[in-house]
Design a binder for this molecule. Structure first.
Ligand code: PLP
Length: 392
């Protein structure tokens, strides 16, 4: 017996692999500070949990429509209309188990073998994995540190070819925490507006923003017709394990994505959707509190990282990651990430796992307490000063 050939093209998320290694070390009695996994450590707010329990008692335990419960699609359309200032109708919304399926379905619905898809480098590794799986070609768009890991039309233009079928944007960005400015979005939209391609705008971190207001490229003239907006509940409401996300797209595309839902999941869990409804329509104070705490952690942790020999890190304007440049340690980032786990008990990710430009960087998730983040800094200091001959 053997796998189908296409399985060789599928990548993975290193975060889950490092988590497994870290847990194995813990099982042997080692103490590990977990900064590898990209999920809020907060509990899902009580009102959302209560709504799920109510929904179970009310019988939301059956199949529902594959594109989502009508009241939930409606609430998402109203939320996006208000939050993004974008005219959206419920038939443009598809609810999925997490935001991730939207990414996969969007690429499946749009991209033919041999087509090109522009993906950020560094970037969320699943974009490239799915593009390859479908026999298409990922084209890396380098996000440079000196540009704050942002990009503009000039960076993108040189990568566009007649085979480009999709451009993936992710702002706020995993793994760097960068945020495209309104001017960046204007420029990028101006370049893409008249081309025969789609934009997948992954806005899963839309609410984890430390300055300004999140904007979607879909609001720019001519872009709503060619954008699939991905968002969800995992990061905003600390609901990673509930598996609840959605896409907003042109109606004809929503019909295609719905078909993919029928063929894969049938529908998203009904009681989970009812919890999502409560999340969107209830008070948002818990979100504000979580973001304020992420900001405190970011400030303290990045300040700590910048005291480490060979580390350099700018303050990320969004998401809950720090992405320091560690080239000054003189060590390949994969080797350093491994050593920090094995020797210092700090679990983080090699930047190279996010694309070739990520080599020389590490990704830390700040989804841990300030005490643990600062403990991680001290553990790393101990290890680095004992083992390295840094340049600073
Ligand atoms: N997009 C990005 C950039 C992410 O970092 C993640 C999760 O880590 C997702 C999408 C998927 O989120 P979800 O848990 O809603 O499937």
């Amino acid at each position: 017996m053997r796998y189908a050939d296409r399985m060789g093209q599928l990548g993975t998320e290193t975060a889950f692999e490092v988590l497994a290694k870290a847990r194995a070390l813990e099982a042997k009695g080692r103490s590990i500070v977990h900064l590898e996994i990209g999920e809020p450590d907060f509990d899902t707010p009580a009102a959302i949990r209560a709504a799920a329990v109510r929904a179970l008692d009310e019988g939301f335990t059956h199949y529902g429509p594959s594109a989502g419960l009508p009241e939930v699609r409606e609430a998402i359309a109203s939320f996006i209309a208000k939050d993004r200032k974008l005219a959206v109708t419920p038939d443009q919304v598809v609810v999925t188990p997490g935001g991730k399926p939207i990414l996969t379905f969007a690429i499946m619905a749009i991209v033919n073998p041999g087509d090109e898809v522009i993906v950020p480098d560094p970037g969320f590794p699943i974009y490239e994995s799915v593009v390859r799986f479908l026999g298409a070609k990922p084209v890396p768009l380098t996000l440079r540190e000196e540009k704050g890991f942002r990009f503009g039309a000039a960076d993108l233009e040189s990568l566009l070819t007649p085979r480009t079928r999709m451009v993936v944007l992710n702002s706020p960005h995993n793994p760097t925490g960068s945020v495209l400015t309104p001017k960046d979005l204007d420029e990028i939209a101006g370049l893409l507006r008249d081309r025969d391609l789609f934009v997948l705008s992954d806005e899963i971190y839309s609410k984890i923003l430390y300055d300004g207001v999140h904007e979607s490229i879909a609001t720019r003239p001519g872009m709503a017709e060619k954008t699939i907006l991905l968002d969800g509940f995992s990061k905003t409401y600390a609901m990673t394990g509930w598996r609840l996300g959605y896409g907003v797209m042109p109606v004809w595309m929503a019909e295609a994505v719905n078909k993919l839902m029928v063929n894969s999941n049938s529908c998203t869990a009904s009681f989970t959707q009812r919890a999502g409804l409560a999340a969107l329509t209830g008070p948002q104070d818990d979100v504000d509190r979580m973001v304020a705490e992420f900001r405190r952690r970011r400030d303290a942790f990045v300040a700590g990282l910048n005291t480490l020999p060979g580390f350099q890190c700018a303050l990320p304007p969004g998401a809950f990651y720090a992405f320091p440049n560690v080239k000054g340690t003189g060590r390949p980032s994969r080797e350093l990430a491994d050593a920090l786990l094995q020797e210092a008990g700090v679990a983080c990710l090699n930047g190279g796992a996010f694309g070739s430009y990520g080599e020389g960087y590490l990704r830390f998730s700040t989804a841990n307490s300030i005490e643990n983040l600062l403990e991680a800094v001290e553990r790393m200091r101990g290890y680095l000063t004992a083992t390295s001959k840094p340049s600073k």
